[in-house]
Design a protein around this ligand. Structure first.
Ligand code: GRG
Length: 303
């Protein structure tokens, strides 16, 4: 990555820090995604369309903030942040397909299968997932092979049937069925929370045992808070602000935090999860400031 001029983070203010990191991850993703000039042109063009089309890069920011607290090497943080964003982009492409959530709008633009076609969207997801693991398995990424294997294992578990894909399966099976809050929590812990948790754990890969345990609690709570806020926004925000179809969950008869708890209780629940996340960071004082600010960003976001 030495040939890339990457913006860095010698900035104090959170929004300047976040913008620098967002710019950094865009450049890295752009660098790693195959050029659309390379065959198969259509697939490569669709991969680039699906990854480089906006997105808040929350998972990359979490990974970077955790890496700063735990003093993880920046090269490892770059690879981990990119890998997680690639898995996330793949999940959105597949989620939007007619056989899943069937949505035409993503990040304010036509979903991948609308812009291209279903077969291309399927392949885009497959190829992005492979690219994520390719980035994490680069030779000499980590000084110790065992650390690199741990990273591969964290990402594989978070993406697979005991993580994101499993949560998606539970989600698809839950349409039109009543779920308890605990069942809903389990589903989201897998579907959305597992990858968010993986982003933080990968960033924290060089951390002490104490830091890693605290990071796990922080990330679990902030991952769920992210989903509760998503459910609230689905009700309160409009499609142009969200960049995806608003009101989709209610219209699809999907159980959500709002449908189970009501709007006010859902907001209280998000606040409680936020407070749990902040509490988990208390041993680290100012060193965890970015993670606190990110928790704020995630729970106060408007899209
Ligand atoms: C297809 C295996 C497979 C899994 C799909 C994550 C997921 C599982 C589906 C996405 C459905 C969805 C909209 C869930 C709500 C939470 C969520 C992941 C929102 C999108 O994430 P953001 O807001 O998106 O971070 P950006 O565009 O900012 O990257």
């Amino acid at each position: 990555m030495s040939d890339l001029e990457l913006p860095n983070n010698a900035l104090q203010d959170f929004s300047a820090w976040a913008q620098a990191k967002q710019a950094r991850i865009e450049l890295i993703l752009d660098h790693h995604l195959p050029s659309a000039d390379l065959a198969p042109h259509n697939l490569h063009s669709a991969m680039r369309y699906s990854v480089l089309c906006g997105g808040k890069r929350v998972r990359a920011l979490l990974c970077y903030a955790a890496s700063e607290l735990c003093e993880t090497d920046f090269k490892i943080a770059d690879a981990a942040a990119s890998a997680v964003e690639l898995i996330h982009a793949y999940s959105l492409v597949h989620d939007d397909m007619p056989c899943m959530d069937d949505d035409d709008l993503r990040r304010g633009k036509p979903s991948c299968h609308k812009q291209y076609d279903d077969a291309t969207a399927l392949l885009v997801g497959d190829a992005l997932q492979s690219l994520a693991f390719e980035l994490l398995s680069q030779t000499s990424l980590c000084a110790e092979a065992s650390q690199q294997i741990s990273m591969l294992s964290i990402l594989a578990k978070a993406s697979g049937s005991a993580g994101m894909a499993g949560g998606q399966a539970i989600d698809l099976a839950a349409v039109g069925k009543p779920l308890t809050q605990t069942e809903l929590e389990t589903m989201h812990q897998l579907k959305t929370g597992a990858l968010i948790q993986a982003a933080a754990m990968l960033g924290a890969i060089s951390g002490s045992q104490e830091q890693i345990i605290a990071m796990q609690t922080y990330a679990m709570n902030i991952g769920l808070a992210f989903q509760v806020v998503d459910d609230i926004l689905d009700v309160e925000a409009d499609s142009s602000t969200l960049g995806k179809t608003a009101g989709k969950d209610a219209n699809s008869n999907k159980p959500t935090y709002v449908s189970i708890l009501g709007l006010d209780q859902a907001k209280n629940h998000a606040k409680q999860l936020y407070e749990n996340a902040i509490m988990a960071l208390s041993p680290f004082g100012n060193k965890a400031q970015r993670l606190r600010e990110l928790a704020d960003f995630i729970t106060r976001r408007s899209f």
